[in-house]
Design a protein around this ligand. Sequence first.
Ligand code: ATP
Ligand code: MG
Length: 193
Amino acid sequence: MPVSTSKPIKIEKLTPRQPYGLTVVITGNGKGKTTSAMGMALRASGHGLKTCIIQFMKGDLYTGEWDGVKMLGELVELHATGMGFCGIQGNPYTHAEHRASAQAAVALARKKIASGDFQIVILDEINNALKLKLVDLEQVLDLVKGKPSFMHLVMTGRDAHPDVVELADTVSEVREIKHAYQKDIEPQPGIDY
Ligand code: ATP
Ligand code: MG
């Protein structure tokens, strides 16, 4: 049992008087957007809530959460639907190919949201997918407006669209103060991927 609480005090578990399905956006140019969303899945699992994570664009480079979420058992499922970041140097796929996989991810998101099986759906990097025109603004707005009222929807990625920000309940912008890459330090497993 690696968790300990130091003092023998009574632990309270709050229950909201009014359950509410939040729309949360994590954007900005600093590090911490995807990991924030993964943190919500981890936290939710402690409450026995089920989370579905759909990652846009990711799929070609291993990242620890793919296996990490397996430790949370049946409470979290993750779909990495992409073919890498569209337009970055070295990525061999065309815009049309990236768009096709992002469109499949939107269809999957619709299905998972409508299933009623999940209390939380995380659409990781969907903001970038919208910015890169791999998905359309109307599609994202429809996902938000069409979600079950008690289901939480979390969307991450840089350059969140102002209309999505407007619809959301909670929006955080992660601002880069510095990043190790500026000192030519390679991405490190566990922290960066
Ligand atoms: P993380 O997945 O670590 O929470 P993120 O989701 O905020 O990061 P992304 O823009 O999705 O950031 O980038 C993912 C990868 O790029 C991570 O390895 C992260 O460390 C790295 N990264 C994030 N922000 C920056 C930055 N400002 N400059 C360079 N690399 C970054
Ligand atoms: Mg990210």
